[in-house]
Design a protein around this ligand. Structure first.
Ligand code: AMP
Length: 355
């Protein structure tokens, strides 16, 4: 167990790191963040924050020297950056990042463990793209294999006619058949250093423009019927990776069962409701797991919960939400610029307490 006063290092400087840092502070830890220059909103919650490039060996060495344990809040931290941190400081092996950073890898990894991804093909040229569309059909989605997030680096191919207009973007991609689903849902688990796993309830997730907009509980009968199978896969993935901390898998609930979409080796936007809505939040349990502390319960505390993202300029008038009935819980991330499509905060509304 990491003693109070120890220092937790977080790679990445976004809102996930900010909420993780708050949880760490509450447990009596110090937090040092590390990220390249940018709007690093986690810095305000850290005792110290190192702004340096991912490949700055001297800065990484200073960061590691200041930390007792190192984790990440961003799945695209280069694997070489994590490899520069002494292994003894890493409760979770960097293999999780390696797998999750590449859509082809993560789909193959999940499929090997019995998961069902959408039909997909690797695309490395214009000819591959034409062959993939011919084999898998339309509608489908072309996605960059790496570095995509929140619907960025994705092109929908609605019909064979439209296919002609989609150019190969010049980087390795994946072409996926479009899944007809009723609901999207996520499985969020925490795995301790001893291998014990706990799951939070799965929310139904709604997206707008490829980006999460809302997560709600209860998630509905179809999700509830499929969550057991999805959890089994998530537990196998966590075990296969030797994972420690919070891990997220996203699924489509279809008439034929859960279809695996992607994994995030970190706390997740669809788990923000756990701050007020669960016995222990995803952020706190992530810190507890990497610090070797006993994990907290994950039970949902209310009969109904809705988490809604606050995006772009809506954040400028978000304080007005506090006057609404039902005691909404507002979280703003302190981002400097309310750019269109940018996650600025979230609001969680809860219903009656579970008896
Ligand atoms: P991703 O970045 O893979 O999570 O994709 C972002 C969102 O786009 C997903 O949450 C879905 O709403 C949608 N999407 C992605 N892939 C597919 C697919 N193969 N079939 C249907 N919808 C998809």
């Amino acid at each position: 167990m990491l003693p109070p006063g120890s220092t937790i290092g977080i790679l990445g400087g976004g809102q996930l790191g900010r909420m993780m840092a708050v949880a760490a502070l509450q447990l009596g830890y110090r937090v040092v963040g590390y990220a390249p220059a940018g709007d690093n909103v986690a810095a305000e919650a850290c005792s110290d924050f190192i702004t340096a490039d991912w490949d700055d060996a001297a800065a990484l060495e200073a960061f590691a020297a200041a930390c007792d344990v190192v984790t990440w809040e961003f799945e695209n931290v280069p694997v070489s950056t994590v490899a520069a941190i002494p292994e003894a400081l890493l409760p979770c092996p960097p293999r999780a990042l390696e797998v999750a950073q590449d859509r082809l890898n993560e789909k193959a990894f999940a499929a090997d463990l019995g998961g069902t991804p959408a039909p997909y093909a690797k695309v490395e040229s214009a000819a591959d793209l034409a062959a993939a569309i011919a084999a898998i059909g339309t509608p489908g989605i072309l996605k960059t294999a790496r570095d995509g997030y929140d619907g960025k680096g994705q092109w929908r191919v609605r019909s064979a006619i439209e296919a002609g207009a989609v150019a190969y973007p010049g980087v390795t991609c994946i072409y996926e058949g479009f899944v007809t689903y009723e609901t999207e849902f996520s499985v969020i688990l925490v795995r301790g250093r001893d291998g014990a796993v706990k799951f939070w309830d799965s929310t139904a997730n709604m997206h707008e423009g490829g980006m999460l907009s809302r997560s709600v509980l209860p998630a509905g009968a179809l999700v509830e019927a499929q969550v057991g199978e999805a959890r089994q896969l998530a537990a196998k993935v966590a075990e296969g990776l030797g994972y420690v901390g919070v891990l997220t898998l996203e699924f489509f609930a279809t008439r034929d069962g859960p279809v695996f979409n992607e994994m995030a080796p970190r706390v997740h936007n669809s788990g923000h409701w756990t701050i007020e809505g669960a016995a222990t939040s995803q952020f706190e349990n992530h810190i507890r797991a990497i610090a070797g502390l006993p994990l907290g319960g994950t039970k949902t505390r209310f009969e109904a919960i809705e988490m809604r993202n606050i995006v772009g300029e809506d954040a400028l008038k978000a304080h007005a939400i506090l006057a609404e009935p039902g005691e909404p819980h507002l979280h703003l991330y302190g981002k400097a610029e309310a750019r269109e499509g940018r996650k600025m905060g979230h609001v969680t509304r809860v219903g009656h307490a579970v008896r």
